[in-house]
Design a protein around this ligand. Structure first.
Ligand SMILES: [Zn+2]
Length: 216
């Protein structure tokens, strides 16, 4: 059995697991745009708007601000995603402090903007969006097929790499052997020591080279 075949298979498991730990990335799953208005009682009311209508004018009175919710997954595993988890939403809000002037900030716990958005999401009944808003999920969803596929893909990649390195080493080795043979033949024909190139012509027959001691 090919040694590279077995070695790379054994290596593929820790390499795939290591890739799982280091290759963590956040991917955008969905993006929502919303608006907030000030109600008559002074509290805020939040609602989402369709992307097609986000550029349209405000039909509602007392505009307070606009916000964007970005739902992201934390994904690990390379080349395939083997685990994913819902990340907490970081909402960006533009509050219309003054006409033609906006401020952007992320909402903190208990802020009226946060409460207004939470109320809206509860009404809306979007479980994933609400969970992301409430702080994401610590629970990782694993895809075992991807875990196994990653190990196989790493194995193939490592095996190909090892084969290329071993193949190149064999070519270099064969070239060096060949070059040594050519040189040995040349030295022999010239009457020189094959080992050090010392000129043996005119010397009496000796078993060893007087210069380096190699067998002649
Ligand atoms: Zn010699």
């Amino acid at each position: 059995m090919d040694i590279a075949f077995i070695t790379t298979l054994i290596l593929a498991v820790p390499v795939a697991l290591l890739a799982n730990m280091v290759a963590e990335r956040a991917t955008l799953v969905a993006e929502y745009h919303g608006r907030m208005v000030t109600k008559d009682d002074g509290t805020l009311s939040a609602f989402l708007v369709d992307p097609e209508h986000s550029g349209a004018g405000w039909a509602q009175p007392n505009p307070y601000g606009e916000f964007t919710l970005r739902v992201k997954h934390s994904e690990v595993g390379f080349p395939l995603t083997a685990q994913r988890r819902l990340l907490p939403i970081r909402a960006d809000i533009n509050v219309f402090v003054h006409p033609n002037r906006t401020t952007a900030h992320a909402m903190a716990e208990g802020e009226p903007e946060r409460v207004a958005i939470a109320d809206y999401l509860v009404q809306r009944g979007d479980a994933q969006l609400l969970q992301a808003w409430e702080g994401g999920s610590q629970e990782r969803q694993r895809t075992w097929l991807a875990v196994v596929m990653n190990i196989l893909l790493w194995w193939v990649a490592l095996y190909v790499a090892a084969s290329v390195v071993i193949g190149a080493a064999r070519i270099v080795w064969a070239f060096m052997i060949r070059r040594k043979r050519v040189r040995d033949t040349k030295y022999k024909q010239m009457g020189r020591c094959v080992s050090c190139g010392y000129d043996l012509r005119g010397l009496e027959f000796t078993a060893r080279c007087p210069e380096c001691g190699a067998l002649v």
